[in-house]
Design a protein around this ligand. Structure first.
Ligand code: HEM
Length: 338
């Protein structure tokens, strides 16, 4: 991570920077308050993606990624990973049948001490382009104190004000949720700047593509009666075999949007994607005491050779995850001294 990006994200966390166009100043604390308003407060849990399961394994790099980035994780060899599968939303007891998106966070730690942290979703685009719109969306999802539910009319009005949300909604309408955590593809969505050893720079979005063929969740018999079928399915699968994905790096062409997470790149870009190696997940652990619990999968913690793009979501994600991390770890600490 560059020093400038680090300083900018810390400044944003502290609420020192007024976001362009946001009035009054949108701070990480206000954003996280809005997430709490939409999902209720669940002390000790992540304020978004609250329900999840820790995993670990390794990445076997084949060396091809070095064409795009000089990051040591792309040198041929093995790097350990700690990760977490989850679903968006702040309710840690949500029934898996109600979740349409799956998520996968990873932390790669190379032997030279560098880290690459990423949080990916199973849809290739995000609902909105800016942190202000994320805030507005959470406001539209605030629960009514009497009914305990959001008002669908407020959400419809939000969608009408934000036609860019149509890309994600269309994608979801045409791609039923996967039957498992291990048969989904996951996407970085945000673009990042990759620099190789020659100093060549390209913008890249990455994805992980599963070895297990995708099947829709409707194909599973246990979905209807097991609200935790995703975690249970993963544990059962890992008792038999590890789960594998290929890590794909897709470079942008000049003119492709690299600061707008609502816009996909043309499908032809996938013809030039680089297969950087195999991600293997071998073990799952409950999040209450697993290795992922105290990790903040901050997407701007990046190794030398990868840096953030100008996508406005990235600095906001970094700041909001830090605020969520601070709240949940303080609550855990208080619970432990009681
Ligand atoms: C401004 C936009 C966003 C905000 C405010 C936001 C907010 C959050 C928060 C508060 C958390 C919990 C962090 C923690 O306590 O550790 C979280 C987790 C997560 N977010 Fe976001 N998010 C945003 C955009 C995105 C995007 C674009 C993606 C997909 C590329 C994404 C994927 C994830 C994933 C996978 C996790 C779970 C990480 C884990 O397992 O710890 N988020 N998000």
């Amino acid at each position: 991570m560059t020093l400038a990006a680090l300083v900018a994200s810390f400044a944003w966390v502290a609420g020192w920077i007024r976001l362009p166009g946001a009035s009054p100043a949108l701070s990480a604390a206000r954003l996280i308050d809005a997430f709490e308003g939409a999902s209720g407060r669940h002390p000790g849990f992540r304020r978004n993606h609250a329900k999840g399961i820790c995993v670990s394994g390794y990445f076997d790099s084949n060396g091809n990624g070095l064409a795009l980035s000089r990051a040591s994780v792309f040198e041929r060899g093995r790097t350990p990973v700690v990760g977490r599968f989850s679903a968006p939303g702040g309710n840690p007891s949500e029934d898996d049948a109600f979740t349409t998106v799956r998520s996968f966070a990873l932390r790669f730690t190379t032997s030279d001490g560098e880290q690459w942290r990423t949080g990916m979703n199973s849809a290739p685009v995000f609902a909105v382009r800016t942190p202000e719109a994320v805030y507005e969306q959470q406001e539209a999802m605030q629960r009514d104190h009497r009914t305990g539910r959001a008002d669908p009319a407020r959400l419809d009005a939000f969608f009408a004000r934000h036609p860019e949300t149509g890309a994600l909604r269309n994608w979801l309408a045409n791609h039923p949720p996967s039957s498992a955590f291990y048969d989904a593809s996951y996407y970085s969505i945000n673009a990042f700047r990759f620099t190789n050893a020659r100093g060549d720079t390209r913008f890249v979005r990455w994805s992980v593509v599963p070895e297990t063929p995708y099947a829709p969740s409707a194909a599973r018999a246990d979905v209807a009666h097991d609200p935790d079928f995703l975690a249970h399915g993963l544990r059962t699968r890992l008792q038999k075999h590890p789960a594998r994905w290929q890590l794909m790096l897709t470079p942008a062409d000049p003119g492709d949007p690299v600061d707008d997470a609502t816009r996909a790149w043309p499908p032809e870009r996938e013809l030039h994607r680089v297969d950087a190696g195999t991600l293997v997940i071998t073990r799952a652990q409950a999040q209450i005491d697993g290795a992922c619990r105290d990790i903040n999968f901050d997407p701007v913690v990046l190794p030398t050779g990868i840096s953030p793009s100008d996508d406005p979501l990235l600095a906001a994600r970094s700041a909001a995850y830090a605020e969520s991390f601070a709240r949940r770890t303080q609550e855990q600490a208080r619970a432990n001294v009681r």
